[in-house]
Design a protein. Structure first.
Ligand code: SF4
Length: 361
């Protein structure tokens, strides 16, 4: 992992707080848990933008908000603002470029399929992992997101769906800009807030955390028995092939990563999803598929095969469907279920970091 980068001073937003933290914050003001619940509802269910205008909050709470949020309504001034909302040609994918309070930009994607909506969230500005085919990896690491900045993306997506009269989000994937397990604490706090049944109520089984192989984070997820789905990006089944695509494997080798996956499985008995970006002529041969099957032996695994989303900084091309099917067939014969993911939203630069990179150019 790269050296730690200085973080900007933390400006705490009410969206950073779990329900219990919010209660503690207000206990000193003599505000009962019941009334804090009303504030939580305004924040995470009604998705109110101006809390000082929320008339169903008790007077002491209203006074606190007026004093602490100030005339400029500090709560809403900390929310991300939308720079662009680009829809794919088929209208099923929307990509939002959002500006954070300090001017940094992140991407959030909403994908719709048969009336169900999934948001793909960012967890960092940029990323330190440097995967060669990834636009976010190509831009480097800028900073971690605060829990509230992750929660705010869910809020933004929910409001966008609501404005169109659509149902709320059903699934979340942490697969946008950044490596979630490199920002572990903030991500876990955000997920606690998002899955709280009094607010967004997106259950842990509907949430997937994607990692490129941060071994201590995987072990911690297992140790803490976190109830979320785990997706591990592999892309190569030998040390050499993987490290050519995923530089972080010089820090945590493929052998260490697989040991961590086995430890995770032994502790949680949960299925692990493995992500494999299919790159023509690089990692898409039947022999490589065979090696992958051997590598996953002993695990309850599902493999997601994702034809490459082309980026300006990497010359590789996506595997054609015929070769993808042949790759899948080998896995099937070895007894592993797999899915070839549609390259949805390619016309909106849906690979993570692509829209931000384009805007910067
Ligand atoms: S693929 Fe994910 S982990 Fe790799 S550089 Fe991109 S954002 Fe980071």
């Amino acid at each position: 992992m790269t050296a730690a980068v200085a973080q900007p001073p933390v400006i705490r937003s009410l969206l950073d707080l779990t329900f219990e933290e919010l209660q503690q914050e207000f206990v000193a003001f003599g505000i009962s848990p019941l009334h804090v619940r009303a504030l939580w509802r305004s924040l995470h269910r009604k998705l109110a933008g101006d809390l000082t205008a929320e008339t169903d909050l008790v007077p002491p709470l209203q006074r606190w908000l007026k004093i602490n949020l100030g005339p400029a309504n500090r709560f809403s001034s900390l929310l991300p603002t939308q720079i662009t909302d680009i829809a794919s040609e088929d209208g099923f994918t929307h990509k939002f470029l959002l500006r954070l309070a300090d001017g940094q930009t992140i991407e959030t994607v909403v994908m719709s399929y048969q009336g169900r909506h999934t948001a793909c969230l960012s967890t960092q500005v940029g990323c330190a992992m440097g995967c060669v085919f990834c636009a976010t990896g190509q831009m480097g690491f800028v900073r971690h997101l605060q829990p509230g900045e992750i929660v705010a993306q869910v809020r933004h997506a929910q409001l966008a769906l609501r404005a169109k009269g659509k149902a709320g989000l059903r699934n979340l994937v942490l697969m946008g800009m950044g490596e979630p397990l490199h920002n572990y604490d903030a991500v876990m706090t955000a997920l606690e807030i998002i899955s709280d049944h009094r607010g967004h109520n997106i259950g842990p089984s509907k949430i997937s955390i994607s990692t490129v192989g941060v071994v201590p984070g995987i072990l911690r997820l297992a140790e803490e028995q976190r109830p979320y789905n785990l997706a591990v990006s592999l892309h190569g089944a030998t040390e050499e092939e993987r490290s050519a695509l995923v530089p972080i494997s010089h820090r945590w080798s493929l052998a260490e990563l697989m040991d961590a996956c086995h430890a995770y499985f032994a502790k949680t008995r949960r299925r692990i999803f493995f992500e494999w970006t299919l790159i023509a002529g690089v990692n898409d041969s039947p022999a490589q598929s065979n090696r992958l099957a051997k590598l996953l032996s002993g695990l309850d695994a599902h493999i997601n095969l994702i034809p490459l989303n082309p980026t300006g900084g990497y010359g590789g091309a996506a595997t054609q469907m015929e070769a993808a099917q042949a790759f899948k067939k080998v896995l099937q014969v070895a007894g592993f279920p797999s899915t070839i993911r549609q390259r949805r939203g390619i016309d909106v630069a849906a690979g993570c970091g692509q829209l931000r990179a384009e805007k910067h150019r």
